[in-house]
Design a protein around this ligand. Sequence first.
Ligand SMILES: [Zn+2]
Length: 145
Amino acid sequence: MVFPLDHEDASLQGQPKGLYIVLNERGLWREGLLKKCKNGCELGAKSCCAITIMFNEPDFLKQKCQLEEIITARGHKGLQNTVSKGLNSVSLLTIRRFSRKAFRYIDIYRKGLTRKIAKYVAKKYHSHRRVPNAVFDDIAIFYDI
Ligand SMILES: [Zn+2]
């Protein structure tokens, strides 16, 4: 996909070849081929435009993303295994507690409360995912709002 480092034109050495050259080298370029379909590609199309042709090439389909390559090269077994191990190391009860707390904070911030008051309210109303609207009366008493 890149020009070789010993390419005759020094300005192209190590540079990406581009869609036209890659498809031409593979014998897939044809006259009038658009880079991309103007109104989007039809579902299941494999040769409607240059990008779709390239996307369906076997080596492109096998290509991992750069992040996955880096992680694999460093010896990590994969994100799926890591996430699975991480989730298994925490009890379901703890996950549920943090989830409820997160929902409570979402509700509190959605109601427009600020950080200090939010902390107080989250502590006081810890039994549900939502904070009752009566919280504004409660806050007014303590904070002279
Ligand atoms: Zn297309």
